[in-house]
Ligand binder design. Structure first.
Ligand code: PEP
Ligand code: MG
Length: 534
């Protein structure tokens, strides 16, 4: 029964709405109540039934026609409150049609081409729904450039400016907006000359990107002939085309949590397997590093709500591997899917938010158990089992890297969270965004220490935080001993160009000078000076 399904959906939405701040919860509550009433014995339902019986229409046509008639009647009303209700009738009608045709709801799917989304906040889950063919960019009042919404914008190559609270008071539907994601400039209703200038700038940026594409088949090799590996970070499976086009040597970080977002249920092991298999096969023999679920904080799947609970400090709460070890069925299912998909190409397993060796040992034990279970069922799995590595993104993990290395096959340094936790600056808080700097000497020391520990233990180490995709940072990362970088695909050509113009021994000497500095300002100046020279 489509109307019963629609009512169940509305009940679920009402439950989610009750978590909103009081006034929003009340307003949305009334709206959903009205939608619910329309689905129960109202003129809409009676009218649809009459059309089906009397006019012998199919259910979809009957709903369309009845909704069209009622919403038209509302729109003609003089009272502005009542005429606005025509939109609610259409919303309910569309929900019924989706239920009848069993097509899932996609928020932000009906936007006209070239839309600039202006919002108070876009969560990473909302951002994952933006179609880059329709959306030209977005601007939000809250958020930081290094949070997952900002990262996704870079992955989708969407111009975005976040943390501009003022703007919301100055825009209305239909305004023309220029969004310069490079400089952070937003211009509402620009004059002709400004519009022309930005149009030319866009054309120029595209020309530069095309020029860089010529580097695709050239090695990422420094002037003194040291080969560097450049890999891609992906959030959504569709991003592998971009990774290959930009010449990435593999996937250095696949953030699996997006498969869990924007849906009401937990993806089954088979669904996860199919998703992974597509990515692994798509990468045609290049290694894919699959990170296990990193939810919590700003990425909250509805289906895991009961496990995640409320936390005063969600960034430091039950998230990532802590959740996977608490709700072990989640980890077992994910590991099973990875091991099964691992027969289609090389994979590595990356564990987020590791703080102790014991977490790594538990993961290995669970992986062994899962492997035995699959083998017993005669299901083919990767043989040998894939390497298992730790994200080094908690200062304590970096400082104990020597010990951790004994239980890890590789390290991946997550500078986004490492910077946040080292400096106690929320990466998603626009009020402190100006203080967030991976060039702080403390962060650089942790990167240096982790890299040295990995070299001593003879295990691979890479950097997969946003720093890796910023060509301004390439010299310092290479100077500290990093030889493997993973970044948004679009950044690969720019970083490759930087590497090809760089002398590694000079970068190493500059890194030594930089490491003697006491503040980020001096570090930045020394780095900019080096970048300008070489
Ligand atoms: C990081 O923390 O640097 C990282 C790569 O992981 P994420 O951005 O997903 O937290
Ligand atoms: Mg992280």
């Amino acid at each position: 029964m489509p109307s019963t399904t629609a009512l169940t959906q509305i009940d679920k939405l009402a439950m989610k709405a009750s978590d909103l701040p009081a006034s929003a919860a009340e307003e949305l509550g009334y709206l959903l109540q009205a939608h619910g009433q329309m689905l129960q014995g109202s003129r809409l339902v009676r009218g649809v039934e009459k059309r089906i019986r009397g006019e012998r229409l199919n259910a979809e046509a009957a709903v369309s026609q009845e909704v069209g008639e009622i919403s038209h009647a509302f729109s003609q009303m003089e009272d502005s409150y009542l005429s606005e209700r025509s939109k609610d009738v259409r919303d309910v009608g569309q929900r019924l049609l989706r239920c009848l045709m069993q097509t899932p709801y996609r928020a932000l799917a009906d936007l006209p081409m070239g839309t600039v989304v202006v919002a108070d906040e876009l969560t990473p889950a909302d951002t994952a729904l933006l179609d880059p063919h329709l959306v030209a960019g977005f601007v939000t009042a809250v958020g930081g450039a290094q949070d997952h919404t900002g990262i996704l914008a870079r992955s989708l190559a969407l111009p975005a400016v976040v943390g501009t609270a003022e703007l919301l008071n100055h825009v209305k539907n239909g305004d023309i907006i220029v969004v310069d994601g490079v400089t952070g400039q937003v211009i509402v209703n620009p004059d002709e000359a400004t519009l022309k200038r930005f149009h030319e700038r866009k054309v120029e940026l595209k020309r530069q990107a095309r020029k860089l594409e010529r580097l695709r088949n050239l090695p990422a090799m420094t002037r003194d002939e040291v080969q560097i590996s450049l890999q891609a970070n992906i959030d959504l499976p569709g991003e592998i085309d971009g990774a290959l086009e930009h010449g990435a040597e593999g996937i250095g970080l696949y953030r699996t949590e997006y498969v869990f977002l924007n849906r009401d249920d937990v993806p089954t092991q088979d669904e996860q397997y199919v998703e992974l298999r597509n990515i692994i096969e798509g990468m045609k023999g290049r290694t894919v590093t699959v990170r296990t679920l990193d939810v919590g904080n700003d990425k909250l799947p509805y289906s895991l709500g009961e496990h995640l609970g409320v936390s005063a400090n969600p960034a430091m709460g039950l998230r990532a591997i802590r959740l996977s070890l608490k709700v072990q069925s989640l980890l077992e299912n994910q590991l099973s899917a990875i091991l099964r998909a691992g027969i289609h190409g090389p994979v590595r397993i990356l564990i987020p938010m590791i703080s102790t060796s014991s977490e790594m040992r538990q993961v290995r034990q669970i992986m062994k158990k899962v492997a035995t279970r699959l083998r017993r069922k005669k299901i083919k799995i990767a043989d040998p089992l894939p390497p298992v590595g730790a994200m080094i993104e908690i200062p304590g993990a970096a400082l104990s890297a020597d010990g951790l290395a004994r239980d890890c096959d590789f390290f991946s340094i997550g500078t986004n969270d490492l910077t946040m936790y080292t400096l106690a600056i929320d990466r998603g808080d626009e009020q402190v965004a100006h203080l967030y700097s991976p060039l702080h000497p403390a962060v650089l020391r942790l990167i240096q220490f982790t890299t040295a520990a990995a070299l001593r233990a003879r295990i691979p180490v890479n950097v997969c935080g946003e720093m890796a995709g910023d060509e301004r940072m390439t010299a310092i990362l290479l100077g500290l001993g990093i030889r493997d970088l993973s970044m948004a695909s679009a950044a690969v050509p720019r970083v490759k160009q930087r590497i090809r113009g760089l002398d590694l021994s000079e970068a190493t000497r500059r890194a030594q000078t930089i490491m003697e500095q006491a503040d980020s300002g001096m570090v930045a100046a020394l780095l900019d000076d080096f970048n300008a020279l070489a």
